[in-house]
Design a protein around this ligand. Structure first.
Ligand SMILES: Cc1cc2nc3c(=O)[nH]c(=O)nc-3n(C[C@H](O)[C@H](O)[C@H](O)COP(=O)(O)OP(=O)(O)OC[C@H]3O[C@@H](n4cnc5c(N)ncnc54)[C@H](O)[C@@H]3O)c2cc1C
Length: 327
């Protein structure tokens, strides 16, 4: 019997987040022949986004449109999404392993009495069941996991951003189903405002290139050459906890075990020693370039390319060369 795999869409700044298209790819990999991928979209003035989303899925897009859903609120989003999931009765629910996904997924799992596998980076459909891979112990080892039974109960999965190729548009758009929203009677919190702290124009967790600074930048001004390089490369600027703790930059930029996890195509680590807790947030990057004046720095063990030198000399040189090459 054909079943639905539901993807809960995420919107930021009026746009669908790329991780939503990646979650659709993940759901496509997990489903069996004949199953369909559906989407759930909660928000305010999201009709155009619903049309866009419908191009990527072969199942219906359930839309919950209401002013209360303009900004993410765990309780109201959960109420909205649960109703749509009830209608879909999916075999599995996929979300991005983002701040919103990490908050919402366990609530959905608890509501559906479902099992949950988080932070998935790869999926193999073995025919007899689906195997999910996720990093453990700050990325030192990988665990392969499957749900105890592929036939019992729903499943909830969160996927790490930048690990699945974003879904491609399909020839036929999925059907749009508008759902009514009933605000929970016992809403215990309301979101008054969201104050977003960003490190630049490009979202750190979705950036294709990240230029990151550590304690080696020595001051907040020391981030300027990194910002200039990032500008030329259309990259985001990140940081080690060493740089954040020293007050050189905001904690919103921190990458690592207790910071953000990034998996860009290129990660440029400037003046970062390469502590295990930092590696936890960036070691899955496709190409790692390290600039450090200490040839023994542990970061060189994970780097694909290493430059032993003073970042204040090397980074401006790279910026000039990239400027010329990209002109
Ligand atoms: C529970 C726990 C959680 C943690 N979570 C995180 C986390 O999420 N993220 C994280 O990053 N850390 C985390 N840490 C901290 C981590 O252990 C390290 O202390 C931190 O990553 C070090 O930051 P750093 O590499 O910038 O600084 P340092 O270790 O001080 O390294 C600075 C590097 O810069 C180089 N350098 C100095 N000057 C220059 C120059 N002019 N040019 C080139 N290179 C230069 C030095 O050779 C050195 O290698 C955590 C620690 C704990 C205990």
């Amino acid at each position: 019997m054909s079943q639905h795999y539901a993807v809960v869409a995420e919107v930021r700044g009026g746009k669908l987040r790329q991780v939503t298209l990646e979650a659709i790819s993940a759901a496509n990999q997990a489903k069996s022949d004949g199953d369909r991928v559906a989407a759930v979209l909660a928000g305010h003035q999201v009709e155009a986004l619903a049309q866009e989303l419908a191009r990527y899925v072969d199942g219906p897009v359930h839309v919950i449109e209401h002013a209360d859903l303009e900004t993410y609120n765990a309780e109201s989003y959960h109420a909205a999404v649960s109703k749509a999931l009830e209608a879909l009765s999916p075999k599995a629910v996929f979300l991005g392993h983002t701040a919103v996904g990490k908050d919402l997924a366990p609530k959905i799992a608890a509501g559906l009495q479902a099992g949950q596998i988080s932070d998935v980076i790869a999926i193999e459909n073995e025919g007899t069941g689906v195997v999910y891979t996720r990093p453990l112990y700050a990325g030192k080892v990988f665990e392969k996991k499957r749900f105890a039974s592929d036939t019992a109960g729903p499943q909830v999965v969160t996927v790490r951003p930048n690990n699945f190729s974003p879904a491609k548009p399909l020839a036929n758009s999925g059907e749009i189903v508008m759902e009514n929203y009933a605000a929970p009677a016992d809403l215990r919190s309301v979101v008054k405002d969201v104050i977003r702290k960003t490190s630049g124009k490009v979202d750190l967790t979705e950036a294709k290139i990240v230029v990151s600074g550590g304690r080696g930048v020595k001051s907040s001004d020391g981030f300027k050459p990194l910002e200039q390089l990032a500008e030329v490369l259309n990259a985001a600027v990140g940081a080690s906890r060493g740089a954040c703790d020293a007050g050189y930059c905001d904690y919103a930029m921190q990458i690592g075990q207790t910071g953000k996890v990034v998996t860009p195509e290129i990660y440029i680590a400037c003046g970062i020693s390469g502590a295990i807790q930092h590696l936890a947030g960036m070691s899955q990057s496709r190409i790692i370039i390290a600039i450090n004046k200490d040839p023994e720095a542990p970061i060189f063990k994970v780097a694909d390319y290493g430059i032993v030198g003073d970042l204040f000399e090397v980074v401006p040189l790279l910026t000039e060369e990239f400027k010329k090459a990209l002109a």
